[in-house]
Design a protein around this ligand. Structure first.
Ligand SMILES: [Zn+2]
Length: 365
């Protein structure tokens, strides 16, 4: 760079600072507050659950070896132990980790393309590997780590079948755990999680109001997903049921609705297109009208996101097939456990159910 250009640039920079110094100060302060905010939320989790640094190290260590997110593990255990960490050992923490991990075994019949998914908790998987899948296991259940058990799972073979094993990481808001909490535990959880939105990797969207289930509040989305999802049924413009706690329309009991229901005005609209919400690979196809979800499709997308499309009347894709956003994958219907025709659309992020609406609302027809 010659001296004249350098001088010109210097003068321009000086002028910019002179004209915009207020904005520059605002930006610098903003960045400082952001750092303070992030730092204090990390401090919050340890102080609000009453765990000191030494205890927190146990959770970090076990999370590291099992693949869990340590604040999820700490918070889960805080609720189960009513915040009493006085006698916690690393073995206790390992046991807690095994309670919130699940194994997903995807079995595809290569001749019929029919895929079945089995989901196991740690203990069930250990027993089923020996008793149902015939895998010999040398070690005692208590001694095995989460990943070591998965290694045994990879040994399952059968002619004409393909097996795929995934470890799923749940948080306390997984409906199966959530429904077994006492009201004291729910209260404790809500109090603790109020202070910890960052630890869940979930932050409220702009303008989002209340949340009934902290951790996965309706209207929130993980901050680090950059995949844009399309409204999965362009003709079904209504929403008849949102994600989260609700009263079950069939038995009237309190229930956790695992997705969002896009409604058809009536049965006359059965057969309307259901499209792939984003690019991905078809992961499971179920053509069984007797299951709760009826005819349904699961698709794996980038960013560790999965979508599921339930109650279909027809399915046009196969497991393993690559799809692009907007491809017609099936037709809306009313198979499975329903009161009327609708599309139940479900989304998982890192194996945990999340509210799909924030991802698709901008593409609502
Ligand atoms: Zn539904």
């Amino acid at each position: 760079m010659d001296p004249v250009t350098a001088t010109k640039l210097g003068i321009q920079a000086a002028l910019f600072v002179k004209n915009h110094w207020r904005k520059i100060i605002v930006v610098i302060c903003g960045i400082m507050f952001l750092f303070i905010g992030l730092f204090s939320s990390v401090v919050n989790i340890t102080s609000s659950v009453g765990a000191d640094d030494e205890v927190v190290e146990l959770y970090k260590e076990v999370a590291e070896e099992s693949g869990l997110y340590w604040p999820d593990l700490l918070l889960y255990h805080a609720v189960m132990l009513y915040n009493d960490f006085t006698n916690v050992t690393i073995e206790d923490v390992r046991k807690a980790a095994k309670e919130i991990v699940k194994y997903e075994l995807v079995v595809t019949n290569l001749e019929t393309d029919f895929t079945q998914i089995y989901t196991y908790k740690f203990d069930q998987f250990y027993d089923d590997l020996i008793n149902h899948w015939g895998v010999p296991i040398d070690e005692k259940k208590e001694k095995l780590t989460i990943k070591e058990l998965a290694e045994y799972g990879h040994q399952i073979t059968r002619p004409k079948y393909k097996f795929e094993l995934n470890i799923l990481y749940y948080s306390i808001t997984d409906p199966e755990i959530w429904h077994n909490l006492t009201s004291d535990q729910v209260q404790l959880y809500e109090a603790l999680s109020q202070a910890l939105p960052y630890q869940f990797g979930l932050v409220p969207m702009d303008g989002d109001g209340g949340s009934t289930i902290p951790g996965q509040p309706p209207g929130s989305r993980p901050p680090d997903i950059d995949v844009d999802f399309a409204w999965p049924a362009p003709d079904l413009t209504g929403i008849s049921s949102n994600f989260g706690e609700r009263v079950d329309p069939i038995n009237g009991k309190k229930d956790f609705h695992t997705g969002v229901d896009l409604n058809l005005p009536g049965d006359a609209d059965i057969g309307k297109d259901v499209i792939a919400s984003a690019d991905g690979v078809v992961y499971q196809v179920v053509k069984d009208a007797s299951g709760a979800c009826g005819y349904n499709i699961r698709i794996k997308h980038g960013g560790d996101v999965q979508t599921r499309y339930c109650h279909l009347s027809a399915i046009f894709v196969k497991p393993g097939q690559e799809v692009e956003q907007g491809d017609v994958i099936g037709s809306a219907g009313k198979t499975g456990r329903v009161t009327g025709a609708h599309l139940h659309f479900e989304m998982k992020y890192k194996g945990v159910l999340v509210d799909p609406l924030p991802y698709i609302i901008s593409t609502r027809p």
